[in-house]
Design a protein around this ligand. Sequence first.
Ligand SMILES: NC(=O)C1=CN([C@@H]2O[C@H](COP(=O)(O)OP(=O)(O)OC[C@H]3O[C@@H](n4cnc5c(N)ncnc54)[C@H](OP(=O)(O)O)[C@@H]3O)[C@@H](O)[C@H]2O)C=CC1
Ligand SMILES: CC[C@](O)(C(C)=O)C(=O)O
Ligand SMILES: [Mg+2]
Ligand SMILES: [Mg+2]
Length: 348
Amino acid sequence: MSKVLYEKDIQKEVLQEKKVAIVGYGSQGHAHALNLRESGYDVIVGLRPGKSQQKAEEDGFDVFPVAEAVQKADVVMILLPDEHQPTVFEESIKPNLQPGNAVAFAHGFNVHFSQIVPPSNVDVFLVAPKGPGHLVRRTFEDGSGVPSLYGVYQDVTGKCKEVALAYAQGIGSARAGVLETSFQEETETDLFGEQAVLCGGMTSLVKAGFETLTDAGYQPEVAYFECLHEMKLIVDLMYEGGLENVRYSISDTAQWGDFVSGPRVINDETKARMQEILNEIQSGAFAKGWVLENQANRPEFNAINAREKKLQVEQVGRELRELMPFVKQPLQEEQKNKQKDVKAHVTN
Ligand SMILES: NC(=O)C1=CN([C@@H]2O[C@H](COP(=O)(O)OP(=O)(O)OC[C@H]3O[C@@H](n4cnc5c(N)ncnc54)[C@H](OP(=O)(O)O)[C@@H]3O)[C@@H](O)[C@H]2O)C=CC1
Ligand SMILES: CC[C@](O)(C(C)=O)C(=O)O
Ligand SMILES: [Mg+2]
Ligand SMILES: [Mg+2]
């Protein structure tokens, strides 16, 4: 088994003497900044003027333009959207790095696919939480954490690995497990996981199930509870005790259905599609497509995004969740405010 590190294996001191700049205050940025500060580290935030700047200031951080934050810091964690990182890196980060500083990422995409080429006189590492940023924060506050992968791309100080580990500990990941990786492995597995299983695979499964039931004339509300709402409850059991725990709690009728029907939905054909997806990630074809989509101002991304929001499963879900106040989370309020901002922007 690979060596998984926990609190007792990690030294904090190496990061305690440094100033950390978190560049970006979105999903991962706010979680890293707040968790690191509460773990006792000296954290500042680098941002452009705007909504996030206001939020970070409200949370009590000293916020600076990105270039200034980089000048003040020893460790610069880049938590901007992947597609914005190369420009901000060239314009505001690279010119302000000092030899011996560390540049860090939560995903290896830009370094692995050569969209960012770090100078040779700085440490470069990644700490990639295996979970959404809002959960990195929520679990930290609950006293648990999200596991992280760490990887060293370039070690000029001889201390890069120790700094990366202390950083992972600071965001709460050593409570759950910290595992060594390379930029290549993190990038390829993360892209594969989100496309084939966690995001693309799961949302497509839910939509296909929901539409099969509603096309057959069943009530959309029944289809929503069956194919989306209950997904979380089943996944919670899987998270707590694997497939075995799901099968312990479900009926034997469901377990028999699982055994005989599951492989008719997800089978060797599906695995062949997964292999294609992995091949496109490994060859760089996916990355090239995503870079080009952004250069063209995301025509396909925006069209699909608008279409998906109008799906019946989304509409019925919004209505049902309004009636279940206990499933409401602050994230949904944030999402609503974001939509209001976009609407205001479009009408102005
Ligand atoms: N989302 C996740 O849970 C995970 C993300 N990652 C990785 O973490 C990194 C960050 O992703 P994520 O947290 O999703 O990003 P977000 O989209 O949530 O980050 C947006 C933040 O970046 C700021 N920003 C955007 N453009 C600029 C700019 N040009 N200059 C300055 N600030 C800017 C935004 O500020 P403003 O309000 O001004 O727009 C906002 O604070 C990525 O590498 C991603 O792959 C890794 C694991 C999971
Ligand atoms: C699963 C999506 C993710 O990789 C993540 C939350 O880990 C991401 O890029 O957001
Ligand atoms: Mg991920
Ligand atoms: Mg990802």
